[in-house]
Design a binder for this molecule. Structure first.
Ligand code: ATP
Ligand code: MG
Length: 283
């Protein structure tokens, strides 16, 4: 049996449970419990604080976990990152009040910096040979400069809205993070098969989320031209229509190229274009 740690509540909670569900794992809701059975997979889910997960993972209390990569770095633990999961993307940045001078790390010399990520910040300061005092606070770091608690902050940013609202400017990115699937090294050896089975399912789900199934009608003399527009898995499927001289073309396209491909297909004479989400993708 594998023990999977996920965040009990917070930014990662919903996406983590949705991912497990999309992988076919039935997990009881964890809001009031610390532990939930998975009915149809040899696993148990532990609901923990994101910031506590690295230690539990390193100690082997949990075999694998879904957590923000930044907390693995912050807690400096020795675990394996098995898969990047593509959600909760953010960056750890230094921000200063709007208009404050900043010419690189040296500008932080002698300053007071508020953060919830002291280890990551200290590493950055050391790397740049800067002496600054770190003021550790566990939440609402952005208001620290406004109330005179600090000259700068080091915090997680995604859109930058919170910084903006607090009159702060992002000056330097220390690291980038997203949710990851991480594993304890010993568990990887002893329970590798189960972990690989879950990782395989996760890869299939993530891949499917990034792609769309597309089908459209096209005159036969345009099939070759349309095929060239599609970055296909192998080659597109072509089915004849009842209407003489026309075919239906089926393929898979990446979400990133979606609109680009769409306009090229239209220009090529494609009609009745349908785009359908894919649930799982095993290639
Ligand atoms: P705990 O569960 O211990 O309270 P936490 O304070 O890290 O942990 P959240 O604020 O819910 O919990 O953040 C969880 C994770 O989500 C962070 O570690 C980070 O990886 C990511 N995250 C944090 N802030 C943002 C943001 N603004 N945008 C996107 N992802 C973020
Ligand atoms: Mg928190």
């Amino acid at each position: 049996m594998i023990k999977i740690a996920v965040q009990k509540s917070g930014r990662l909670y919903e996406d983590s449970l949705r991912l497990l569900k999309d992988c076919g794992l039935y997990v009881e809701d964890g809001l009031d419990t610390l532990k939930a059975e998975v009915r149809n997979f040899d696993a148990e889910v532990l609901f923990l604080r994101n910031s506590d997960i690295p230690k539990y993972l390193e100690d082997g209390v949990a075999d694998i976990a879904i957590l923000g990569e930044n907390v693995l770095i912050e807690k400096n633990v020795d675990v394996a990152v098995v898969e990047k999961l593509g959600f909760s993307k953010c960056r750890l940045s230094v921000a200063l009040p709007k208009g404050a001078e900043f010419n690189g790390a040296a500008s932080l010399e002698g300053k007071k910096i508020a953060t919830s990520y002291p280890h990551s910040l200290q590493q950055y300061l050391d790397k740049n040979g800067v002496n600054a005092s770190i003021h550790l606070i566990s939440g609402s770091v952005e208001i620290a400069p406004n109330i005179g608690l600090a000259d700068a902050i080091c915090d997680l940013v995604s859109s930058g809205n919170t910084l903006f609202k607090n009159g702060l400017e992002e000056k330097e990115i220390l690291l980038k993070s997203e949710a990851v699937l991480a594993a304890n090294y010993k568990s990887l050896k002893e329970k590798g098969e189960l972990i690989e089975e879950l990782a395989f399912r996760i890869r299939s789900v993530l891949k499917a989320r990034k792609n769309k199934y597309i089908l459209f009608n096209i005159p036969n003399d345009k099939i070759e031209e349309a095929s060239k527009i599609l970055p296909v898995l192998k080659s597109p499927t072509v089915l004849p229509l009842v209407e003489e001289g026309w075919s239906s073309l089926h393929s898979v396209i990446s979400d990133d190229d979606f609109w680009n491909i769409m306009s090229k297909l239209k220009a090529c004479g494609a009609q009745g274009i349908l785009v359908i989400p894919i649930e799982k993708m095993v290639v």
